[in-house]
Design a protein around this ligand. Structure first.
Ligand code: NDP
Ligand code: BG6
Length: 483
């Protein structure tokens, strides 16, 4: 399958925090891949900005190393040289007054300007203010704001208000990189591009939904941030919540930014409070080979969760009575993000009790090995009466569409190009983020007030045993976590 590349007009992209980890691992390689694909035209500029001094030549060498390390370089070839020629560097402390005039001199008038805020969130306000006060914002200017967008409702409201003082909502691109994943967008295609699912997509036919985002990696070098955030703020409040919205929302009238985001917002606002006994928090323990969570973050008394499972309810006509179970954690048995839609049993078995109960299961695999599987019930072949057996109708997108069909464009590539094109569909609107925190805050304050201590779990497991109980109490069970 050949992807269609529609080049954008030449643009200027300034990466504040251009020497940081995110720029190195994600933003710069993504830009290079778009350049190599022919989507980013020569004449565009990528301007790295950071506090410490370095020359443009040094910065180009830094970018080149990033391309080599993160798998995008063509080893000193012409394409790479052409890309590096578009890269520049300006030294700016975003809280200070130096460097802005030099930056202004690098920018072209009358073209799209994107400022990527890849610095610590507490610098976002100063940065937005400086861009305006130094006259660097044009009507075609966009700002791209990285996560975390606040750490509770009050801080998210404050941040929204600060950004709104300097930019219009249609200039603000709040990143949730899960929305840029090919297969996450596929959720909408599967639901709204096929007639067969929608009539069954409600509490009359769906028993429950499971959303799992399992990671095999630990906290890594981000222990400082993570220990203040935990799985609830780091993953649940944004990535899993977005998946839940896409699975549960009503069909938008059209695929346009506000139509989609209006429907997602309705889902978040319909989320009921979560009972304390419907939440399981966990923390991984060391196993001799690998350090435990507390060692990894360097906090021997940490009560932050590296795992969370909970049972949520979307209180509206479509979903009342169908719980949605969500779980995410680090250092689990495999990296696997899957949504399982578990249908109800047939209301009456014409084959008698001996045939057993058989519920259909639709599994949407987001990563890795993207695809969908539908478990259907058939007659077990051969003599011996009417014995029923469940078989999977399995479709791997890679097998069906070719290996280039998946992950050809990584989330950051798509999202950055959407910023340049001015398409906000895959970005979170301010009210969406606030609604997500409004749901999250009482959950966190509930366990904080109760002095909840996360349950230990083994590295390489599926999480704490209590998460299994959460399901068992309802007569249900989690589907396996498979790579
Ligand atoms: P790093 O600490 O690796 O990099 C920070 C960058 O900000 C450096 O380039 C640094 O430049 C620059 N910087 C710091 N202070 C100033 C200042 N006063 N003025 C100008 N530049 C400054 O951070 P990350 O790259 O990891 O994270 C950046 C943002 O992205 C954060 O908001 C983070 O939450 C978010 N994020 C990061 C992810 C990741 O995987 N790393 C994932 C998702 C979000 P210098 O070195 O010169 O001081
Ligand atoms: C980030 C979280 O937003 O998403 C990380 O901060 C997490 O903790 C990462 O590891 C997972 O993203 P992906 O694309 O690897 O599933």
């Amino acid at each position: 399958m050949v992807s269609r590349v529609i080049p954008v007009e030449p643009f200027d992209l300034v990466i504040f925090g251009g020497t940081g980890d995110l720029a190195r691992r994600k933003i710069l390689p993504a830009l290079y891949r778009r350049f190599r694909a022919g989507q980013m035209p020569a004449g565009s500029r990528v301007i790295g900005a950071a506090r410490s001094a370095r020359s443009t030549n040094d910065y180009r060498a830094f970018v080149r190393e990033a391309l080599v390390e993160f798998g995008s370089a063509d080893e000193g070839g012409q394409v790479e040289s052409a890309f590096l020629a578009l890269v520049h560097f300006v030294q700016i402390d975003v809280t200070g007054a130096q460097g802005w005039a030099e930056l202004a001199a690098q920018l072209q008038p009358d073209r799209v300007r994107a400022y990527y805020f890849s610095v610590r969130p507490r610098l976002f306000g100063a940065l937005a203010e400086r861009i305006q006060s130094h006259g660097l914002a044009t009507p075609d200017t966009r700002i791209v704001v990285e996560k975390p967008f606040g750490n509770d409702l009050a801080s998210a409201q404050l941040l929204n208000a600060t950004l709104a003082a300097h930019f219009e909502e249609n200039q603000i691109y709040r990143i949730d990189h899960y929305l840029g994943k090919e297969t996450v967008q596929n959720l909408m295609a599967i639901r709204f591009g096929n007639m067969m699912f929608e009539p069954l997509w409600n509490s009359q036919y769906v028993d429950h939904i499971q959303i799992t985002v399992a990671e095999s990696v630990g906290v890594g070098g981000r222990g400082d941030y993570y220990d203040r955030a935990g799985a609830m703020r780091d993953m649940m409040q944004n990535h899993l919540m977005q998946l839940l919205c896409l699975i549960a929302m009503e069909p938008p009238a059209k695929f346009d930014p506000d139509a989609v985001r209006d429907e997602k917002l309705k889902v978040i606002r319909a989320l009921g409070p979560v009972e304390p006994h419907h939440i399981v928090r966990g923390q991984y323990e060391g196993n001799g080979d690998l350090p435990g969570y507390r060692d990894e973050v360097g906090n021997a008394r940490s009560f932050t969760e590296s795992y969370i499972a909970l049972k949520a309810h979307v209180s509206n006509w479509r979903w009342a009575g169908t719980p949605i179970y969500l779980r995410t954690g680090k250092r689990l048995v495999a990296r696997s993000s899957v949504i399982n839609v578990v249908f109800k049993d047939a209301p009456h078995s014409i084959f008698g009790e001996a045939a057993g109960r058989h519920a259909n299961l639709l599994s949407i695999r987001l990563q890795p090995n993207e695809g969908i599987t539908l478990k259907v019930t058939i007659k077990e072949p051969g003599p011996g009466g009417m014995r029923l057996v469940d078989v999977p109708l399995d479709m791997s997108f890679a097998e069906a569409l070719g290996p280039d069909s998946q992950s050809a464009t990584d989330a950051y590539e798509r999202l950055i190009m959407d910023v340049i094109r001015g398409n906000q569909t895959l970005f979170m609107r301010g009210d969406e983020v606030e609604a997500a925190w409004a749901w999250t805050d009482p959950i966190i304050s509930g366990w904080t007030a109760a002095g909840d201590v996360p349950k230990p779990y083994e590295i390489g497991s599926t999480g704490p045993g209590d998460a299994e109980l959460l399901m068992k109490r309802d007569g249900r069970q989690w589907q396996g976590i498979n790579p």
